[in-house]
Design a protein around this ligand. Structure first.
Ligand code: PBG
Length: 334
């Protein structure tokens, strides 16, 4: 039974005294009473990085994006920074894969090289790195296999080593996306042991086993060779479990929490916002972007308006930070 008295909204005058349209009568009035505003300082731009120089490999699955070598990633980061986007999120893409994901912590790897190049080109840009093993394992899972299963504790060691290698290269923030238990704590201890107590952890705390990641997996070459990720990523039906994941990550020393994907999970963003005080990021994932790009290409929606509306909704739900493939394109329009 709903307690009507407790649930009653604050008193308002009835029509015709009340006419909500009064405050919608002009663009200036609407601007004045707008509750949620999008600004580029909330955006993080994902970048896919590869080895080499002068390399651009356009991505059909993510129109407007390409895999870039370090020099061109630095250029992209500088351009994004120039239009007001403070941060980039780096993903490494490589053919050098093995069962121990050794490429993930290679000091000469694409990510490690790109971090240094970006910091060199634009020292003020915040460099965030995705920390995961899926792009480096020969089977595409986010951890190390033992007897055919993704083994949690063995994976932690490699994940922590990858995070330290990013910090060594100059990353400001590391963002573990593997969903192994205990990874935030393992990364925090490893960073601190190596003198990186100033490097932050943005934890993909509530990362769901989502169908909206496919364009990304194409881009990163990180689709699992067998099975799926439901043994470690969250079930889309669950929200209490997401809150438990967040509580664990806060306890292990996360500096920023993240919910991912964003648009189909606005209720999760809201629930995390209400329960936790850390800054909250939401990742508007590749499928959200690709879906609108396709609808716009078919002439069904106005891309810019639909993108702005989607990102505004993500902010309205409670996200402080929005990771979006539109960051660079939209920033000049805000
Ligand atoms: C790595 C990772 C993924 C994404 C971010 N980090 C893919 C996955 O979990 O399979 C998805 C991002 C996107 O779809 O834009 N584990």
């Amino acid at each position: 039974m709903i307690d009507r008295a407790a649930a009653a909204p604050p008193a308002v005058a009835p029509f015709p005294q009340a006419r909500p349209r009064r405050l919608r009568a002009s663009a200036t009035l609407r601007r004045m009473v707008r509750e949620t505003r999008l600004t580029p300082d909330r955006f993080v731009l994902p970048l896919f990085v590869v080895e080499g120089a002068g390399v651009t490999q356009p991505l059909d699955s993510l129109p407007g994006h390409a895999r870039l070598s370090a020099d061109l990633a630095a250029q992209a980061a500088r351009q994004a920074y120039a239009v007001g986007v403070p941060a980039v999120l780096l993903f490494g893409v490589t053919d050098r894969k093995d069962e121990s994901a050794s490429g993930a912590h290679d000091p000469g790897g694409a990510v490690q090289t790109a971090i240094a190049a970006i910091k060199d080109a634009e020292p003020d840009v915040v460099v965030v790195t995705d920390v995961c093993l899926c792009a480096y394992t020969d089977h595409g899972h986010c951890g190390i296999l033992v007897d055919g299963e993704v083994a949690n504790d063995v994976s932690l060691e490699v994940i922590a080593r990858a995070a330290v290698s990013h910090a060594d290269a100059g990353a400001d923030v590391v963002a573990p996306s593997d969903m192994m238990d205990g990874r935030v704590g393992a990364i925090r201890s490893a960073l601190d042991a190596e003198g990186h107590e100033g490097v932050s952890i943005m934890s993909y705390a509530a990362k769901y086993a989502s169908a909206f990641y496919s364009p990304f997996r194409d881009a990163a070459g990180s689709a699992p060779a067998f099975g799926d990720r439901r043994g470690y990523q969250l079930d889309p039906g669950n929200v209490r479990e997401a809150l438990r994941e967040c509580a664990l990550d806060v306890g292990e020393g996360a500096d920023v929490l993240m919910v991912k994907p964003a648009l189909p999970y606005l209720d999760v963003i809201r629930a995390v916002r209400e329960r936790f005080e850390l800054p909250l990021a939401a990742y508007s994932v590749s499928g959200e972007y690709a879906m609108l790009k396709a609808a716009a290409a078919a002439g069904d929606v106005d891309e810019r308006a639909a993108a702005l509306e989607s990102l505004t909704a993500i902010r309205r739900a409670g996200a402080d930070i929005v990771v979006t493939y539109w960051a660079k394109e939209l920033a000049p329009w805000l």
